[in-house]
Design a protein around this ligand. Sequence first.
Ligand code: ADP
Length: 630
Amino acid sequence: MPERAALDHDDVLGRAFDRRLARRLWAAARAQRPMLYATVALFPAIALAELAQPYLLKVAIDDHILAGDWLGLSLTAAAYAATLGILYALRSLEAYLMALVGQRVTHDLREALFGHLLRLEAAYYDRNPVGRLMTRVLNDVEAVSEAFTSGLLAIAADVITLVGVVAIMLWMDWRLALVTFAIVPVLAAVAAYFRLRARDAYREARRRLAALNAFLQESLQGVTVIQLFARERHEHAIFRRLNDDYRRALFTSTVFEASLYSSVEALGAVALALLIWYGGGQIGAGALSFGALVAFIQYTNRFFLPIRDLGAKYTVMQAAMASAERIFGLLDRPPAIVSPATALAGGGALTSVNGGGALAIAGRSPAATTDGAAIANVDRPSRAAASQIEFAGVWFAYDGDAYVLRDCSFAVAAGEHVALVGPTGEGKSTCARLLVRAYDVTRGRVLVDGVDVREWDLVRLRRRVGTVFQDTVLFTGTVADNVALGADPDAAALRRALEAARARDFVEALPSGLDEPLGERGANLSHGQRQLLAIARALVYNPAILVLDEATSSVDPESEWRIREAMHRLLAGRTSITIAHRLSSVQHADRILVLHQGRVHEEGTHAALLRRGGLYARLWQLAMSRDAAG
Ligand code: ADP
C-alpha cells in the first residue's frame, strides 16, 4: 500500500528542495502571497541598514575622531542612531509578516487536512493509526510553515546580506577581504561535518519521540486495563526505557549542534586574529586606515553568522519537504466511499433533507422517502415508508483476500424484522457496515429499495438506514448536541426521539436535562444510558430501516429491559435487522438468518429452525444450557 509506506517513514529526511512540492506549497500559500512579497521586499532594505552601520563606524573613526571633527562625529552618530531605528522598525515588520504568513499557512493546511480526513472511509482508519494522522495535522503542518519562515525566507534574507557583505568588503579592501575569506573552506568543511552528524542525531531523536508518543497514547487509552491488571510497573518500565532513549538521542543531537556553533565561533576568532595581524601590519605601512579595520572586523562577524546558520536552515527545509510530501500524500488520497456524481437530482443533500420525496435518485426512484416527515411521527412510521434490503452475491474482505462474506445473499422485505445470528466473528456486524457503506463490497451488490447502495447519495442512504452500533461514540457537548449531531431539530422533536428511545426519563432526571453537558466520551453516563442515547440519535431522522447491533450483554438487567423494550417499539412499521449476539432476544423476529462461513447457512422462524435441528438449534441449545448453568 503506497500510502502506508509513505506514512511509515515519518523521519526520513530527503531533499531540501523538491520543485514539485515547492510548487504545491506555493499554491497552498496562494492567499498569503502578497504578504510573502512584502516580506521579501523588506530584505534588501534590512541588509542595507545592517551593512551601513560598520561603514558609518569607519567614517566616524577615520574622518571625524582621528581628524578631531566633533560636529561631523555628532552627525555621523545621529546617522548611526537613525539607521538603528530604521533597522529596528524593519525587523519588527519582518517578524510580524513572517509570523502571520507562517501561522496562516498552518491554519489553512490544518483545516484542509481535517476536512479531508473527515471524508476518508473506515478502511483508511483501519490501516492508519490515529496517532500518526494527528502527527500529520499537528506536527507536519507546523514543519511546513517553518519552511516559509525559518526556511526559504530566512535563507533568502541571509543570502542577500551575505552578498552585500562580500561586495562591500571587496570594495573597501580586496586584499583584507581575501584574508577573511581564506577561512571559508575550513569553515564550510567543519560546518558540513557537524551539520550532518547533528541531522542524523536529530532524525534519531524524532524517531524515538514518535515511539514515545505512540506508547503514551496507547497507555493512556488503556489506562484502566493497566490498572486493573496491575501492569503499572511494567508499563512504567517500558516508558522509562523509551523516555531514556529519547533523552539520549536528543542529547547527542544537542552535542553536535553545540559543537557546530562553538567551532564556528572558534574559526571566527581565528579569522579575526588573522585580520588584526594582517590589517595591523597594513596600518603600520600606511596602506589601511584604522576605521577600515574596525569596520572589517564587524563585517566579518556578519559574514560568519549566515554561513553558520545556513546548515540549520537546510535541515528545516529538509524536514519541511518531508512533511509536505506526507501532507500532500494524504490530501491526494481520494476518499474511496463517496456519493456517485449522479446520485442527486440537484440540490445539496444536506440542505434538501426536508424536501421529502422531491429527492429522487437520478434515473431511479426509490420509494418515497420519509425524510421530510422526519421526527414528527418517529414512534410509528407508516408501513409504506419501510424499505427493502437485498444482499446479492456479496463478497467482502477487510484486507486482501481474507473474505469475511463469501457469496452472501439474502433479502429483507419492507417492514420485515430479521435477526442476524451466528457465531462471533462470522460477519454479522460487517453486513451492517456494508449496508451503510462504511465499507464497500468487494464483489456483488447491496441494494436498498432495489438500488445499489453505491448509487445512493451517501447522506440520504445513511439517513434512511438508522444504525445503532455496539460502541456508542459520544462527543463532548450536551445531550441535545449528541442526539442531534449538528442537525437542527427543534426541542420538541428531540424530546420525541428520546421518548421513543425510552431515554426521556433519565435525560429529564439529569440536572440540566437536554442541556446537560456530557463528560469526555460520555464518561458521566452509564453504558445503558449511552446506548439509549445512541438509539435516540438513530431515530432523529425517522429512518425507514433500523439496524441494531445488540450490545445488551454488557448492561444491567434494568437497562437491558429498557433497551429491548425501546427497540421493540421502534421496529414497528420499519424494516429492521437486529444483529443478535445472544439468542435469547431473537425468537420474535419474523425471520432468523444464521450466518456461517461467510453466507446465510440457514433461515426461518425460530420454531422452524429448531425443528430443523441444524446450526441454529445447536447454538440455541448451547445458549439454553449456558443460561441454565448461569
Ligand atoms: P460478528 O459481528 O459476526 O461478530 P464482524 O462482522 O464484526 O463479526 O467481523 C467479522 C470478521 O471480520 C472477524 O473475523 C473480524 O476479525 C474481522 N474484522 C472486523 N472488523 C475488521 C476490520 N476493521 N479490519 C479487519 N478485520 C475486521
